[in-house]
Design a protein around this ligand. Structure first.
Ligand code: PHE
Length: 460
């Protein structure tokens, strides 16, 4: 496809909101509170923020540099910057990661849609703590319901993606991201005002540094990658639609601040309410089922004395999850669609259709992992668990490490400087520090997580 006919985001704000939309997702509202709960609260948050600043922002800047300089999909970008070399595989791995994550992520996204409809129908009213595990287990093991919701999510994602960059992705993000912030703040205020909230606040704000272990640091790094959508060229693809006046350093900083803010606010929604409802932080309450078993019960208990409030809080909470998940599925879909459309010279619509059909097909098997296929295991894991494990523990860190090495060592520093300064019109005093991190700190740190997570050498 000719670069001149390629669309760009219409404004700098649109670009920031679209990239923030990709970053803000189930990773912030579902995975972050779980990780925080399991890793000791405030101390984990401090390490997490350290990882975002030290690794997240420099790698995000790298993805922006690669994408904006080449104005093409992630696989094409590596080929264009390093013709005839094997670097193209980094881009291809990214496309594969986007495909794999989208296939299983849309299953969980489908659950959030089901729970939104349950909340709207006031189904949670009058239910007690012992009802919610059964409700969830019945739902996920019912193949038709979860398949339908997964497909519905994929179709909505598809419709937004085929509308294009400006009138699809950007427009949707510009409306939905502010809506998401408003809901988030409203819910946090409700939660913080609950009796007994102080225990939750203390958990989030008072660090106990004795809780920091090697495992805490590793979890924080993995969470930072997943949450910031790093390592698969997702933000590289979005940056290929950035205008020439977009400030790469400032955009990376803004997106990271928004993403971290949403994660911490989710903690402020969840923990005061969880403590108020008398839960302890046992792994059963703060595990993957947190949002679907613990939270509906928390809403009943915490706000149950004012039924309208418990109704509104539940509806808004699940709607918030749907919106956050959707802006992320759009970005994963876009990585693969841009690749198929540009590398195989197809229209956007045709490419998106192929991607939707292929991801839905794989998604069916992921969704069925909770029902008829729960006995089908590869490497001891169901397909859903395998995809989750392989993509976030292997593909994203490997991708991130190679992106850091590519920009830190391979790319011409003059070109990197030109991208960071918009050809000399901005100042980028942080450039040397960023390059130092990309060359040494990021590859070594990520290397350590990988070696450890794969169990090759048990360091911690
Ligand atoms: N960052 C998204 C979230 O927090 C997930 C995601 C990962 C999106 C990778 C795109 C690419 O939910």
């Amino acid at each position: 496809m000719d670069n001149n006919s390629r669309e760009n985001f219409g404004s700098k704000l649109g670009a920031v909101l679209a990239a923030a939309g990709s970053a803000v997702g189930l990773g912030n509202i579902w995975r972050f509170p779980i990780e925080t709960g399991q890793n000791g609260g405030a101390a984990f948050i401090i390490v997490y923020v350290g990882c975002v600043l030290l690794l997240g922002i420099p790698i995000m800047m790298s993805e922006f540099i690669i994408g904006r300089h080449t104005h093409t999909n992630t696989a094409g970008a590596f080929r264009k910057l390093s013709p005839g070399t094997q670097w193209k595989w980094v881009g291809r791995l990214g496309v594969l990661s986007g495909f794999v994550i989208l296939s299983y992520y849309s299953v969980v996204a489908g659950w959030t849609a089901e729970y939104t409809t349950l909340a709207i129908a006031n189904f949670f009213d009058g239910k007690t703590a012992s009802d919610f595990p059964t409700i969830f287990a019945d739902f996920v093991s019912n193949p038709w319901k979860s398949l339908l919701w997964m497909m519905a999510f994929m179709v909505v994602t598809h419709v937004i993606v085929i509308r294009g960059v400006k009138s699809g992705i950007e427009k949707f993000s510009k409306v939905m991201m502010p809506a998401l912030f408003i809901i988030l703040i409203l819910l946090a205020i409700c939660s913080v005002m609950l009796p007994g909230a102080s225990q939750g606040l203390e958990f989030l704000l008072k660090p106990d540094f004795s809780k920091i272990t090697g495992a805490t640091v590793l979890s924080a790094m993995g969470q930072a990658f997943f949450s910031l959508s790093l390592g698969l060229g997702c933000l590289c693809t979005y940056a290929s639609y950035f205008g020439n006046d977009t400030n790469i350093g400032k955009t990376a900083l803004n997106v990271s601040i928004i993403d971290t803010f949403v994660a911490i606010m989710s903690g402020f929604i969840i923990f005061p309410a969880v403590f108020n409802a008398g839960y302890t932080l046992s792994s059963e309450d703060i595990g993957p089922s947190l949002l679907f078993i613990t939270m509906p019960n928390v809403f009943q208990q915490a706000f149950g004395s004012i039924p309208v409030l418990s109704y509104l809080v539940s509806v808004l909470f699940y709607f918030l999850l749907v919106v956050a998940a959707l802006t992320s599925t759009i970005s994963m879909h876009e990585v693969v669609t841009a690749y198929v459309s540009e590398e195989f010279a197809m229209t956007r619509r045709k490419a998106a259709t192929i991607v939707t059909l292929a991801c839905s097909t794989v998604g069916v098997f992921c969704a069925l992992s909770f029902g008829p296929l729960d006995g089908f295991k590869l490497f001891g894991m169901t397909l859903f668990d395998l995809f989750d494990y392989v993509s976030s523990n292997i593909f994203l860190p490997v991708g991130g490490m190679f992106i850091a090495l590519f920009v830190g060592w391979y790319l011409d520093k003059k070109m990197v400087r030109n991208e960071m300064t918009n050809n000399g019109s901005l100042r980028a005093p942080y450039m040397r520090l960023v390059i130092f991190i990309l060359r040494y700190v990021a590859p070594v740190a990520i290397g350590i997580i990988l070696i450890n997570q794969l169990g090759l050498v048990k360091l911690f």
